[in-house]
Design a protein around this ligand. Structure first.
Ligand code: SAM
Length: 280
C-alpha cells in the first residue's frame, strides 16, 4: 500500500503508468517535488481549506498541496491515463484527495467542495485563461474562492498584473485587479518542466477582495473595457462611440481625456466611466 514515505519519484510514476506527455492536452509536467512544494506554499495557509486543483497530471503539485497540509484536495484531470497514479496519492493521504476524471470546463466542482476554498493549478495556458476569466466574473462577489495560484505563460502572467501605460495592460489586467490583489510570485524557466515548453512561465497569485476596489456594475465595466481595448489604437471618443450617447461628455465627467487611448486609462477611471455611461 502506498504511504507518503513510499510514494515513488515522479519520473518513476511517469514510466510505470506510461504517461508520455501529450501536446493536445498541454502536458508539461513538474517533476521536482521541492518546486511543487514551493508553488503550494504560494497558495497560503491551506490547513483549514479545501483546494481545487485543475489538471493534476501525474500529481506533482497535488503532492505539494497535500504535503503543505491542505485539509482536502479536489483534483480534476481530463487524462484518464493519470487516474492510477493519482489513486496512489489518494491512498497515501486517506480521505484527503478526491479525483474526478473530466474536463474542468464542464465539471461542477463546487458541489464537491466545502468553504473556505483556494484554487491551485498548472494548466494548459488556453484552458487556464478561460477558467481565470470565469473565476473572475461570477454573478456574485465575493466569489466561492479565497485565492487563485496559477501557472501561466510569462506573457499572460504579465498581462494579469500589468499597469496602465504598458503594452501588456488590457482587459485581463482590469478584470484581475478590480476585485483581487494580483501578483507574480515565481518565475520558472522552460527546463523546470518535462518536456520543456518553448516559453518561460510564471506563477500568479490572486486573492479575492471582499468588495470591488472601485464601485461599478460588472456587466457595464466589462462592456466599456471590451469596447475600449478591442480598438486599442483608437482614441476613446471613437472606440467608445457605440457604448453610450454623448460619449465625450461622459469621458470628461469620468476624468478621462476623450483623445486618450485605452492603455493609459487607470482602473479607477474605467470604473468612473462605467458609472457615467449608465446615467440618463
Ligand atoms: N499539474 C501537473 C504538473 O504540474 O506536473 C500537470 C501540468 S500539465 C501543464 C496540464 C495538465 O492539465 C495535464 O495533466 C492535462 O492532462 C490536464 N488538462 C488539460 N486540459 C484539461 C481540462 N480541460 N480539464 C482538466 N485537466 C486538463
Amino acid at each position: 500500500m502506498a504511504s507518503i514515505d513510499t510514494l515513488p519519484p515522479l519520473r518513476d510514476v511517469i514510466t510505470t503508468h506510461g504517461l508520455s506527455a501529450r501536446k493536445s492536452l498541454g502536458q508539461n509536467f513538474l517533476l521536482d517535488l521541492n518546486l511543487t512544494a514551493k508553488i503550494a506554499r504560494q497558495a497560503g495557509d491551506l490547513t483549514e481549506c479545501d483546494v481545487l486543483e485543475i489538471g493534476p497530471g501525474p500529481g506533482g503539485l497535488t503532492r505539494g498541496l497535500l504535503a503543505e497540509g491542505a485539509r482536502r484536495v479536489l483534483a480534476i484531470e481530463k487524462d484518464q491515463r493519470c487516474m492510477p497514479a493519482l489513486a496512489e496519492i489518494s491512498e497515501a493521504y486517506p480521505g484527503r484527495l478526491e479525483v474526478i476524471n473530466g474536463d474542468a470546463l464542464e465539471v461542477d466542482a463546487l458541489s464537491h467542495l466545502t468553504p473556505p476554498i483556494r484554487i491551485a493549478a498548472n494548466l494548459p495556458y488556453n484552458v487556464g485563461t478561460e477558467l481565470l476569466v470565469r473565476w473572475l466574473t461570477p454573478k456574485e462577489w465575493p466569489p466561492f474562492w479565497q485565492s487563485l495560484t496559477l501557472m501561466f505563460q510569462k506573457e499572460v502572467a504579465e498581462r494579469i498584473v500589468a499597469e496602465p501605460g504598458s503594452k501588456a495592460y488590457g482587459r485581463l489586467a482590469i478584470l484581475s485587479q478590480w476585485r483581487a490583489d494580483a501578483k507574480i510570485v515565481l518565475h520558472l524557466p522552460p527546463e523546470a518542466f518535462s518536456p520543456p515548453p518553448k516559453v518561460h512561465s510564471a506563477v500568479v497569485h490572486l486573492s479575492a477582495l471582499e468588495t470591488p476596489r472601485f464601485e461599478a456594475d460588472a456587466a457595464v465595466l466589462s462592456r466599456v473595457v471590451a469596447a475600449a481595448f478591442n480598438q486599442r489604437r483608437k482614441m476613446l471618443r471613437a472606440s467608445l462611440k457605440s457604448v453610450a450617447p454623448n460619449i465625450e461628455d461622459r469621458l470628461i465627467a469620468a476624468g478621462i481625456k476623450p483623445t486618450d487611448r485605452a492603455e493609459v486609462v487607470p482602473l479607477e477611471a474605467f470604473c468612473a466611466l462605467a458609472r457615467e455611461v449608465v446615467k440618463p
